[in-house]
Design a protein around this ligand. Structure first.
Ligand SMILES: Cc1cc2nc3c(=O)[nH]c(=O)nc-3n(C[C@H](O)[C@H](O)[C@H](O)COP(=O)(O)OP(=O)(O)OC[C@H]3O[C@@H](n4cnc5c(N)ncnc54)[C@H](O)[C@@H]3O)c2cc1C
Length: 429
C-alpha cells in the first residue's frame, strides 16, 4: 500500500515508522526544511537544543516505550527540577506541597484549599462532568476567588490570552493530575525526563528507520491540496507536482487541513473551523551566567510580556552548550498585537522585564539570542470540547486527520503524539 503522511513532526514520523514496519510504502511531506515539527532543534555550543523547551513526565509511557524500541533508553535522563512562581515581583519556590504551605501570597486557608483541589483532582475519574464548567468557575467553586485571581487566573490568561475564561475544567484537571502523578511515592520530589543530545535524537532515529525501510521524506514540500479520486485513491499536490496515494494521513492543525481544498461535508468542515489554537513566541537566551537556581518559573504577573522562564541548564546540568540556556515563552492569540512585533522588538520587551525580575542582571550577559514562533502551539480546550473534536477518519474515504487538537481529554505533548501516531497507523487496513 502506498501511503502519504503530511507533516514530519512527532505524530507524522511515528505513524510513518509504524506503517513502514507493516511493509507499506510511505512518503512523508514536510513543509519545513527539517523534521521534528515543534520538537525541531538548533545548535547551541556543541549540543542540539529544542527551539521550544521540552521535558517528559514519568507517566509518559508511550514515549518511554518508543525510546526503548529505538534503543535510546541509555540517553534518557531523569532529573529533579526546582520550580518557582514569580508573583508580586517576588520569586517563591514552588516545587513541593511544603512550598505551597509556605506560600505567603495566599491566606493559610486558601493554601490548604488549593492543595486539596490539586490532591482531589488526582482521584477524579469522570472528566466528562468537568466539560460543562470553566476552569475559572471550577477553581472559584473549590478553592475560592483569591486562589483564582492570584494564581490560576494569570496563568490561564498567560496560556490562553483572550480565551482564558472559556477554558474547560477538563484542561486544568488534567494538568493537576499529570503533575501529581509524576511525583510517585515521594510527593515532595518531582522527576522530569530529558534526552542526552535533545529529544531531536528520537526523531532523527525515526527518520533513519523510515528511510532504511524504503520510505521517503520530502522536505520543503508543503501540501496545498488533496483531491479524492473516483477509484478511492487520493491525489496530493505539493510544489506544483501531483502524487497519487492509496491512503493519506494529515498531521497538521485542523485549520491548515481545512485549507487543503478537500471536498468535506459541512458538519466536518465546521468542526475543523471551530478548533482554535494559541500561538507561541519563544526566545532562547545563551547567557554567560545563570539567572537563578530554578528550572521552571511560572510568571503570575499580569503586566509581564512572557509567562514562563525556563532555565534549561538548571535541569540539564551535565551539558556541552557552552552557555547557560534560558527560554522565555509567551502564548498568545495570533490576532494579539504583540504577535506582530518584530524579533528585535520582542527581544527588547522581554529583556526589559527580565531586568525587572533580576535587577542585578543586564544585557552584557547575553551571548546569543534565538527567537522562534509557531501559529499552532496549543489547542484551545473550550467547554464541551468533545463535541467539536473532528474524527480521525475523515468523511473522505482513506483520508485521516491526526492533529494535536485531537488529543483529548489529555493535553498535547510528545507522549500523546506517539500514541496518536500509532493509533492512526493502526486504523489503516
Ligand atoms: C512551547 C511548547 C512547549 C512544549 N513543551 C512540551 C514538553 O515539555 N513536553 C512535551 O512532551 N511536549 C511539549 N510540547 C508539545 C509537543 O511539542 C507537541 O505535542 C508535539 O511536538 C506535536 O507533534 P505533532 O507532530 O502533532 O505536530 P507538529 O510538531 O506541529 O508537526 C506538524 C508538522 O506538519 C508540518 N506542516 C504544517 N503544514 C504543512 C503542510 N501544508 N504540508 C506539509 N507539512 C506541513 C509542520 O511543519 C510540522 O513539522 C510543547 C509545545 C510547545 C509549542
Amino acid at each position: 500500500m502506498n501511503i502519504c503522511v503530511v507533516g514530519a513532526g512527532a505524530t507524522g514520523l511515528v505513524a510513518a515508522n509504524e506503517l513502514v514496519k507493516k511493509g507499506c510504502k510511505v512518503s512523508v511531506f514536510e513543509a519545513e526544511n527539517q523534521h521534528g515539527g515543534l520538537v525541531r532543534t538548533v545548535e547551541v555550543g556543541n549540543e542540539k537544543l529544542e527551539v521550544f523547551y521540552h521535558h517528559i513526565f514519568t507517566n509518559d509511557v508511550e514515549i518511554i516505550k518508543l525510546i526503548e524500541e529505538l534503543n535510546l533508553s541509555s540517553e534518557l535522563m531523569w532529573l529533579e527540577p526546582k520550580n518557582a512562581i514569580y508573583i508580586n515581583r517576588k520569586l517563591y519556590p514552588f516545587t513541593s506541597p511544603i512550598d505551597l504551605l509556605l506560600f505567603k501570597e495566599l491566606s493559610f486557608i486558601d493554601r490548604i484549599r488549593m492543595g486539596l483541589l490539586v490532591f482531589k483532582a488526582k482521584f477524579l475519574k469522570d472528566w466528562m462532568e468537568l466539560e460543562n464548567i470553566s476552569s475559572r468557575d471550577w477553581i472559584i467553586k473549590n478553592a475560592g476567588k483569591d486562589v483564582y485571581e492570584k494564581v490560576w487566573g494569570p496563568l490561564l490568561v498567560s496560556k490562553f490570552d483572550y480565551d482564558a475564561d472559556k477554558i474547560s475544567g477538563t484542561w486544568l484537571w488534567n494538568k493537576f493530575k499529570l503533575r501529581g502523578s509524576t511525583r510517585g511515592k515521594n510527593i515532595n520530589k518531582e522527576l522530569l525526563g530529558y534526552m542526552k543530545g535533545s529529544f531531536g535524537i528520537i526523531y532523527d532515529k525515526l527518520v533513519e528507520r523510515i528511510i532504511d525501510a524504503g520510505g521517503e521524506i520530502h522536505y520543503s514540500s508543503p501540501v496545498d491540496r488533496i483531491e479524492p479520486q473516483k477509484d478511492k485513491t487520493l491525489n496530493v499536490h505539493s510544489n506544483g507536482k501531483v502524487y497519487n496515494f492509496d491512503r493519506v494521513i494529515v498531521t497538521t492543525s485542523p485549520e491548515i487541513f481545512g485549507k487543503m481544498n478537500v471536498p468535506l461535508p459541512e458538519e466536518y468542515s465546521e468542526k475543523l473551523s471551530k478548533v482554535k489554537y494559541k500561538a507561541n513566541i519563544c526566545m532562547i537566551l545563551e547567557l554567560s551566567e545563570k539567572l537563578s537556581d530554578y528550572y521552571w518559573v511560572t510568571i503570575a504577573e499580569k503586566d509581564f510580556p512572557f509567562v514562563l522562564l525556563i532555565e534549561h541548564t538548571n535541569l540539564v546540568a551535565d551539558n556541552d552548550y557552552k552557555s547557560h540556556v534560558v527560554y522565555l515563552s509567551r502564548y498568545l492569540d495570533k490576532k494579539n498585537e504583540f504577535y506582530s512585533l518584530t524579533d528585535e522588538e520582542i527581544q527588547r520587551e522581554f529583556v526589559k522585564y527580565l531586568k525587572i525580575m533580576f535587577p542585578n542582571w543586564d544585557e552584557s550577559k547575553i551571548k546569543r539570542v534565538h527567537i522562534n514562533r509557531t501559529d499552532y502551539a496549543q489547542p484551545v480546550i473550550v467547554q464541551q470540547y468533545s463535541k467539536i473534536l473532528p474524527e480521525i477518519a475523515t468523511p473522505v474515504e482513506n483520508l485521516y486527520l491526526a492533529s494535536m487538537a485531537q488529543i483529548y481529554p489529555e493535553d498535547r505533548g510528545q507522549n500523546y503524539s506517539v500514541r496518536l501516531g500509532k493509533q492512526v497507523a493502526n486504523m489503516i487496513k
